[in-house]
Write a protein that binds this ligand. Sequence first.
Ligand code: OXD
Ligand code: MN
Length: 586
Amino acid sequence: MTSTLPALQDWVDQVAELTQPDEIHWCDGSEAEYQRLIRKMCESGDLLPLNEKDYPDCYLHRSDPSDVARVEHLTFICTENEDDAGPNNHWMSPPAAHEKIDALFKGAMQGRTMYVIPYCMGPIDSPYARLGVEITDSAYVVANMKIMTRTGKQALKRIEKEGTFVKGLHSIGDLDPERRFIMHFPEELSIKSIGSGYGGNALLGKKCHALRIASWQARSEGWLAEHMLIVGIESPQGETHYLACAFPSACGKTNLAMLIPPESHTGWKIWTLGDDIAWLHLDDEGVLRAINPEAGYFGVVPGTNAKTNQNAFEMIKSDTIFTNVATTADNEPWWEDKQVGSPATDWQGREYDSGNGPAAHPNSRFTVAAKKNPSYSQLAEAPEGVPISALVFGGRRKEVAPLVYQARDWCHGVLVGASVASETTAANIGEVGVVRRDPMAMKPFCGYNFADYWGHWLSFADKSDKLPRIFHVNWFRQDKDGKFLWPGFGENLRVLRWIIERCENRVSCVESPIGLLPNPQDIDVNGLDVAQETMQTLLSIDAEQWQEEMISVGEYLQGFGDRLPDGLRQEHQRIMDAMKQAQRID
Ligand code: OXD
Ligand code: MN
């Protein structure tokens, strides 16, 4: 196959010239092609079939033990001007980056097949969708991209019609961490990634395109590309509200997107539109609408069980690619907190020995089509997306942040988003459990200077008076003995209900210097074993802790120097003053 679009054909030819593959395969995105690749990988040992009876069409891939997560320290934004990448990114000049990485791509595909994957991020007929082509030498990447995006003929047709697409070049190289780089060239709409076959480093449609490059595109085109799930909440009366929620990696976005209403909430329904990424556009009426650019889930497996996420638990019983989980003696996939079965072989293929650490890697993943989710919303296919009532930020914080609060207005909401902090998780290589600032949960994913990004966010206030309300939640608050104060999971619906009531102006709130808090009695705890005292704690704000928090936020923001938008600086000052004022009154 070839393409009628010279820009595409020329690029494919140049890449082949550089990387010297044995053959070139243009992916048509068909089921037959997927099955052929699966068979080939089973023959080569790249995939291991799992128990066919209980896990039909499920496979296990074991990645190189040095290649198990995103590598933020090896991820670069390569813009002409270093300040455009900002202090939030690692930067390299485009010529230096191309030279460095092209040297590694030289001959990298010798003896391998080069796959060309045309893909569409978003519903194929959506004006909000964007196109890309990934070239890779990994059949595992092709199979995952088939599940995660809309690949193949229709995408190619649209690329040839529009002529614009993101170029993503990927090779697993020799998997040596010393020769591993994930480079982004937003000004050229291109990505080059080598040395990793794992997740966000290799499935270029996801973090590299749909967040880093798209955030750049979004700023120049007037929309937002965000690390947000999209969920619909339908009341027993049939009223549905859509929320887009940003949480740092591995903080429960997938669980929240597929929440199962607790027994106490008969008649409530949850509709999943996306679990990781939202592209947000203002429509002609000024309503913010969201599409999910992805078509599948690449979710963290450990912790998934019938109680925490029944939908995911059921959905990954067939047609799923597992990466780095353990297996049981009868070849079923196994992971920590699965709550059934026990591990015989760990994620590295060794006989299980608890002395070697967890059986499944903490960042082990499932790849599965979104349509398999029992709570999948057909509106995920709607070209116009869904209208968003509320934007919700959150982090994993043992203390400081209350269960929920509302930002006073859009500008305050941008500050709330910019102040997000969370304890780090295994989704990135690095220390786990330390609090770091993760503005809008985009620290690893914003493809340009955060200061400019906040400016872009602030500019929406001038474009529409129908913007969503903005909230902050924290499901992870603990008491002094380390016990979670809030039950989380399905019970989070109770908090989402308060958020919706606020959007509908149906419930009052308590004003505080940090924002608008619920009256404790307005969060329905009927049937829950949560004492009123605990609710008070969950909704309390400790003046001293908040003083420290806001000083630390201020210092963080100052790190962006003159580029920091005045609007954000003033908003921060406003909160500092309000806190001082409140202390004087106390
Ligand atoms: C992800 C992540 O894989 O955020 O979604 O790390
Ligand atoms: Mn994510």
